[in-house]
Design a protein around this ligand. Sequence first.
Ligand SMILES: *Cc1c(COP(=O)(O)O)cnc(C)c1O
Length: 391
Amino acid sequence: MGKFEEQICDDLEAIREAGLWRELRQIESAQSTCIKLGGRKVINFSSNDYLGLAGHPALDQAAREAVEHFGVGSGASRLICGSLQPHHELESALAKWQGTESALVFSTGFAAAQGVLTSLLGRGDVVILDKKSHASTIDAAKLSGATMRVFRHNDLENLEKLLQWAADRGGRVLVATESVFSMDGDHAPLAGIVELKERYGAWLMLDEAHAVGLYGPRGQGLAAAGGLSESIEIRMGTLGKAVGAAGGFICGSRRLTELLVNKARSFIFSTAPSPAVSAAARAGVELTQGAEGQSLRSQLWQRVDELRRAAGALGWETPAEPSAILPLIVGGEAKAVATMERLREAGFFIPAIRYPTVPRNEARLRVTLTANHTAEDILQLLDALGQAVTR
Ligand SMILES: *Cc1c(COP(=O)(O)O)cnc(C)c1O
């Protein structure tokens, strides 16, 4: 035991010395634009609850009703006796929303990525990822046993080279990317990627974690916004961001979801999501598509527009296309953390994102906006940034 503790202590020291120490902060209030932390209220610019649905009464109500009918726990995995009505209703709602034949819900988006890549690929196959892919996709690709190749971020020429190389080897070829990148807020060149994967006979998995609920008709996502949904074999999303609940999903053909039910280990060997969470997610999916969702989206885009303009005027580089994520690149890890702390003192909660989440010396403050932020919140943020950020 002594040796065990000693070695862990060394590991921790190395993390601390590199300026990469992470720790949990206990939030003492519900998820909102104003949260309580250490007994103090701060304005929250860090949540992925883009439409402000995490605390919406309709989701709350749906969860309560589900608890009344189905209890809290789901009791078993979906394939044993845990496949409850709220799971099926959520899957129908997702398939209808996304215009696919079928949908399958996982406990998290992380588990969905794992399930789908390990079910579709194995040794002898090739998976080609964008350099800035989320950890869930990278880990899933590794676990699949397929040969992994990485293309330069959003670089179609580089992707084509890898597709050419892969086509000569035989075996399945799958390209995986995100529609909106989680730490940069920029968009993938989807039309170009679809064109290439079709030309080389590859499949595409698109992670729409930061796009569903935000873009396209009825908030379907960026693929739908570009009229590309039909050409994408595997669409993945999370129910924990704009949808306001928790869980992950895969949308695609009936055969795809049947294969996942039969092969995806993160689905098969895991207790089904709580029925309350799936019922709340379904309420979130319905709300997102309706008039209220539309109005929340336009509120959000207005705030995004205000912040992008002001940030641009202050000399920050902003991504070419709008998203709810605005990274303010600070550079060094220690500097980013010091800036985060100054902002917290001033009453703003904005996380410093560091290596290994982003490359070394590209540490940043990741500002995220939600529909419930006010124009006044943005003005206050800009004021605080002006004082806290020394460049
Ligand atoms: C958050 C996120 C996931 C994981 O989804 P969870 O439901 O939170 O597990 C996957 N991909 C991207 C790009 C994400 O940002």
